[in-house]
Design a protein around this ligand. Structure first.
Ligand code: ADP
Ligand code: MG
Length: 684
């Protein structure tokens, strides 16, 4: 007897080789097999009359073979079988290339179902290599909705289809019901067996929709339970209890008033830090919204409570900038501030480490070197990191091992749509800074094509003449990427610009440079030693150059909207009126629509929602994979409402059975555990 854990080799027709191919697709057991859902479907359910088909349509027809199939040799190695088929409405010429056996299978007068693409030449219709079966043969390749599976070498659709059929027949009845009965009823969802049967072999599109709805819900429900579990563990994570303080004492020391959103974020974090639990909070705010100041307030707060803070930046140059900014806010208040980066000499590093260990520093700013083994903290109370360097579970454990249980603050400038935030940061509390400091000017944005090149150059000349600096960003060209239109590489474009502006200082940073060299060029630009900086997207990470007033993006069609928004955020950071020019010769509707959004709004959240809508969640995160859990049926971008329902139901269920220990929740528990195990290194 087979059960869901049985190896796929159990299936008739699946030998060693095919089993290995299936393994490549993640299919090992019969359970994996029946959970291997089709990626799309072909509608072969409706038979059409030949006369009513149009050129280019892919259709099913039912027709009589009207003459004896003839074998013809076109040339060496190319033979074809040809005949005519007719129904009551008309006729079609059918050919099979290099499939001579068709000649023996089909005879004049046979009633046959064909599925293929119609081609029309004048009044004549033809079909090449259609799928066929004799009417009533029961092969089931026509007259129904056909699933289409993800493929790999050594398999074909038919093999998978037949394997899934056998798998369902063997153990479809043993499929565990992961959804509690009450949830299933309330959400009007079909049962597991029915759903698995019809996601593979739907009787019609209505049934398919029922199956999909149920499976999407199930997937998101399991995900919601898993996220709650992560969150629950964290709630039990006891943290330092800091003595309360009045944030006004900090705000009063600033040359400007904090925005309402900054106040709110700080109060929320202070509530965490005084509450006795370990804080894990994400501060999410658009570029320029003033996240650094929020961090500064909390560092001050930790210091008042007697604790040291650590601030981790993604690069050396950013560590330097944060060091300067935070020193500006905090040194006057008496905090002792240190820096630790890889570029420092061994002696300097040793001194800083010693000071840190002896409790002589109140704030240490650095790169990931901050958390290497030989760094010891005395009284570490708060860790601030940015999104790219979110604290993994492992790192937190390492710190706890060092005797520290710090509060954690994560800062993110990527405005993430609500659903994805719930998934990516489901284990974090979130403060949103949805307000920019007053007096911020909007960056005027224009999308132009090459015909504007001369005017753009004139504009650059004028701005630099006024003492401003200019960023020019080129897309990263992947090695061995085949391109229809050549892209501007940063180096080539920099050379071209230098030729265009012999009197100006043009600098260039690109992906192939060593981090140290990149840093040096960036620093020189920030110090005003170059007028134009040409780069690939390496500047995206957030270096502050308040004197830069123009951002030019070349081949703008190659960038995601959120990325463009981040780039645009590099200008308009000083008192100068700033511009962003998006250059693209691509005139597809999609590009126009996307660049149009950039010109229309400066609101990062609105842009990210549009980006998600236009590109889907996979592309949304682009190469910077954020470790979204892999979904089989659900679309994390599109199924927002289902996600909300699933979360609501998960919350209800977990209130009643927090650890899913009740016997009726055993199947769910198992799914949740499996998901958590898969993603241990991923999304939390
Ligand atoms: P981001 O959120 O992009 O990290 P920053 O923290 O770098 O933003 O802040 C951008 C600029 O705005 C900095 O120069 C900072 O000093 C300034 N700033 C922050 N908060 C305020 C405020 N409430 N009023 C005026 N300026 C502010
Ligand atoms: Mg910043």
């Amino acid at each position: 007897m087979a059960d869901l854990n049985t190896d796929v080799r159990f299936i008739k027709g699946i030998g060693e080789k095919k089993a290995l191919a299936l393994n490549k697709l993640g299919v090992f057991s019969l359970y994996d097999l029946v959970s291997f859902f089709p990626r799309r479907y072909e509608d072969r359910s409706q038979f059409r009359l030949i006369a009513e088909t149009a050129d280019g349509e892919t259709v099913c027809i039912k027709a009589l073979v009207a003459d004896t199939p003839r074998l013809m040799r076109i040339r060496r190695g190319m033979e074809l079988v040809k005949f005519r088929a007719v129904d009551e409405s008309g006729s079609v010429d059918i050919t099979y290339f290099n499939q001579n056996y068709v000649k023996d299978n089909l005879n004049r007068g046979d009633l046959v179902c064909f599925y293929g693409r119609i081609e029309c030449k004048g009044a004549r219709r033809s079909m090449a290599n259609p799928v066929y079966e004799h009417e009533g043969s029961g092969k089931g390749v026509t007259g129904r909705i056909m699933p289409v599976y993800r493929m790999t070498a050594g398999l074909n659709q038919r093999t998978i289809l037949q394997a899934v059929r056998q798998g369902l027949d063997a153990c479809g009845d043993q499929l565990p019901e992961a959804l509690p009965e009450a949830v299933r009823q309330r959400q009007k969802l079909v049962q597991a067996r029915y759903a698995y049967e019809n996601i593979h072999f739907p009787a019609d599109f209505g049934t398919l929709e029922l199956a999909r709805r149920r499976l999407i819900f199930e997937e998101l429900f399991v995900l919601s339970c898993a996220l709650s579990d992560v969150r629950r563990q964290r709630v039990n994570d006891r943290g330092l209890r800091l003595p309360a303080a009045d944030p006004e004492d900090f705000w009063r020391t600033l040359p400007f008033a904090p925005t309402g959103a900054q106040r709110r974020a700080v109060s929320e974090a202070m509530a965490d830090m005084t509450g006795g639990k370990a804080m894990s909070r994400l501060v999410q705010g658009d570029v320029g919204s003033g996240k650094t100041l929020v961090a500064a307030a909390l560092i001050w707060f930790a210091h008042r409570g007697g604790y040291t803070s650590a601030f981790m930046a993604p690069t050396e140059i950013l560590a330097d900038q944060h060091f300067a900014t935070l020193s500006g806010f905090l040194a006057p208040l008496g905090l002792r501030i240190g820096k630790l980066t890889g570029a420092m000499s061994a002696k300097e590093k040793r001194q800083v480490k010693t000071a840190l260990k002896n409790g002589e520093l109140d704030l240490i700013i650095g790169t990931h070197a901050l958390f290497s083994d030989d760094v010891e903290y005395s009284n570490l109370g708060l860790v601030v990191t940015d999104e790219q360097h979110r604290f993994g579970v492992g790192q937190r454990a390492a710190l706890i091992g060092k005797g520290a249980r710090p509060h954690v603050l994560v800062m993110s400038a990527t405005p993430i749509p609500r659903t994805l935030a719930l998934i990516l940061y489901g284990d974090l509390d979130v403060s949103v800074i949805d307000e920019l400091p007053p007096g911020r000017q909007k960056v005027d944005t224009f999308a132009v094509n090459e015909s504007y090149r001369a005017r753009l150059n004139g504009f650059i000349r004028k701005l630099v003449g006024e003492g401003r600096q200019v960023f020019v960003v080129c897309p990263m060209v992947e090695e061995n990427e085949e391109l229809a239109v050549p892209l501007k590489s940063a180096e080539e474009h920099a050379a071209a610009l230098q030729k265009e502006f012999p009197e100006l200082r043009v600098a260039c940073v690109h992906g192939k440079m060593k981090p140290k060299d990149k840093d040096a060029v960036m620093r020189a630009f920030a110090a005003g030693e170059a007028d134009i900086l040409v780069s690939t997207t390496v500047i995206e990470v957030g270096v502050d150059v308040p004197n830069a007033a123009l951002m030019v993006v070349e081949n703008a069609e190659r960038f995601g909207l959120s990325q463009l928004h981040q780039l645009r955020g590099r200008v308009g950071r000083g008192q100068h009126k700033s511009w962003c020019i998006l250059v693209s010769d691509n005139d597809s509707e999609e590009t126009k629509a996307r660049l149009g959004i950039m010109c229309k709004t400066n609101d990062g959240f609105q842009i990210s929602e549009e980006d998600l809508r236009l590109r889907g969640p996979g592309d949304f995160f682009g190469s910077r994979q954020h470790g979204l859990p892999e979904m089989h049926v659900a679309d994390l971008g599109a199924d927002v409402n289902v996600m909300q329902e699933a979360q609501k139901e998960a919350r209800l269920l977990l209130e009643a059975d927090p650890q899913l220990t009740r016997p009726e929740n055993a199947a769910l528990r198992e799914r949740v555990e499996k998901l958590l195990a898969q993603s241990a290194s991923g999304w939390n």
